[in-house]
Design a protein around this ligand. Sequence first.
Ligand code: SAM
Length: 197
Amino acid sequence: MKEKILEIEKYAKENNVPIIEKESIAYIMQYIKENNIKNILEIGSAIGYSSILMASVDPSITITTIERDETRYMECLKNIKKCELDKRINVVYQDALEVNLTGVSYDLIFIDAAKGQYTKFFEKFKYFLSKKGTIITDNLKFHGYVGKSSAIESKNLRQLVSKIEGYIDFLKNNDEFTTEILDIGDGIGISKRKDEK
Ligand code: SAM
């Protein structure tokens, strides 16, 4: 398994595929273990790195992960099969905002897709979170740019960072959820329902 994970890391580096920082996935794996999480929804599979590591925490864990990029989706399927996790990880090839989920609920929803759409993902998928479930969001520091958007010269980057800042405001002022932002990796948000904390 370790060998296969190293190969995936190498592929990601060589092909410029963004994958989660080691410190962040280590934290999430520990969180999954401590909170006895069994059923996970991931938005943004890339090539399967984070879903494979999350599934490796315990053999009873099942994951649905969504990816809209065809090349990454194909690579993700390949990697999951190679790790013999295809019975426990279901990869959906679609834009997450168009996916139709019915009658399911997840203990953990991990948001790690287009940063500009974080609020939309949260608003859509919170209905599929179990009562005591957690929504984890990655990249809330966005390489140190968050909080400094007005000083960014590139228009595209400024707009993206200000969307993440908007998402953080949305989390901070949320009536239903309370969020803790941890200074781990690129910044992780841990959101739980207020009445279920
Ligand atoms: N979670 C992965 C990991 O750590 O191994 C990394 C995911 S990468 C940061 C983000 C991925 O989300 C990209 O592969 C991108 O194609 C995908 N993505 C972005 N927006 C999406 C959307 N609306 N629906 C589905 N996938 C999306």
